[in-house]
Design a protein around this ligand. Structure first.
Ligand code: C2E
Ligand code: MG
Ligand code: MG
Ligand code: MG
Length: 281
């Protein structure tokens, strides 16, 4: 809107930085309203276990309807939520929303099917982060082992010993923990070894070129092997082609997530997708 106005004849000149600041603040205000009015929802992206071609879980991804049938891009508003002090509220909102949907799915959700949710680095550093997560899940009445927390290397590395404590508490409670976007952060292998984790989610940049670039393929293989050597489950993110899927299978990566398998789906479609997958195997 700001751009088209600036290009039109009414406002002949508006400095670009001015526009950016204005649109940033209006977006932050709208996000605040959207959270208050509970206008945000989630989509769920299925995850598949390669050896048995079984759908084993799904990741909750926040969605903010833009009022025109689409969604505001996460890449655009999540940084604004972080800067504006809204991200902790957003993360809790998403987890509560996930719980509410899961309660409504009830027994239609297959046993062992795991629901993962993301926690921002800022949210994870909150001293009561673990308690808050346990409180939300506890209030839902759902079993904690239904859930998986996704944290990034950055989130864990910021205050390493406090993070370890939180992760231990959450795992004791029954929640699985995965390290998201693995390989893009700045945690060293020495730290990785000490993290109480269940799964590495390999960042999608590592799978992108495995079919065309031998060095890429070597690095992807090494990361999968690293996960397995550490006794962690390995999930490849962003699998977009059959060739990439075969690469994962061939190299012992147990789980995959990506557009080649399933795009994120609306909550009321999840159960249908789960059952269709099971019947097509
Ligand atoms: P992420 O946690 O790594 O989630 C995966 C992102 O990759 C999702 O984007 C998903 O739609 C996308 N994706 C999945 N498969 C493919 C594929 O095959 N190709 C490509 N190119 N992309 C694929 P989305 O939903 O736009 O979310 C982007 C990021 O926003 C997430 O990355 C996560 O960091 C963040 N995010 C999403 N929901 C939440 C939330 O509730 N809280 C927080 N703190 N962050 C969230
Ligand atoms: Mg994630
Ligand atoms: Mg990820
Ligand atoms: Mg990512």
């Amino acid at each position: 809107v700001a751009k088209s106005r600036a290009r039109g004849s009414v406002v002949p000149y508006a400095p670009r930085y001015g526009e950016d600041i204005a649109s940033k603040y209006s977006l932050e205000g709208s996000l605040r309203d959207a959270l208050r009015n509970e206008d945000l929802d989630i989509h769920l992206q299925p995850q598949v276990e390669l050896s048995r071609n079984r759908m084993t879980g799904a990741e909750a991804l926040v969605r903010w309807p833009d009022g025109e049938g689409g969604f505001v891009s996460n890449a655009k508003f999540i940084p604004i939520a972080e800067d504006g002090g809204l991200i902790v509220q957003l993360d809790h909102y998403v987890l509560r929303t996930l719980c509410a949907h899961a309660v409504s799915w009830g027994a239609d959700l297959p046993p062992g099917f795991r629901l993962s949710f993301n926690m921002s680095a800022i949210g994870f550093q909150d001293p009561y982060c673990a308690e808050k997560i346990m409180e939300i899940i506890g209030d839902s009445g759902l079993a904690p082992h239904r859930f998986e927390l996704e944290v990034t290397e950055q989130a864990v590395m910021t205050d390493f010993s406090a993070s370890i404590e939180k992760l231990i508490r959450l795992r004791d409670y029954g929640i699985a923990v995965s390290l998201d976007d693995f390989g893009t952060g700045y945690s060293s292998l020495a730290y990785l070894q000490q993290m109480p984790l269940d799964r590495l989610k390999v960042d999608r940049t590592f799978i992108r070129e495995v079919e065309t670039n031998a060095k890429s393929a070597s690095i992807a293989r090494a990361i999968i092997k690293l996960a397995r050597t550490l006794g962690l489950d390995c999930l490849m993110e962003g699998v977009e082609t059959q060739g990439q899927l075969e690469f994962c299978r061939l190299n012992g990566c147990q789980h995959v997530q990506g557009y080649h398998l399933y795009r994120p789906v609306a909550p009321d479609e999840l159960i249908k997708v789960v059952h269709n997958h099971a019947s097509r195997r």
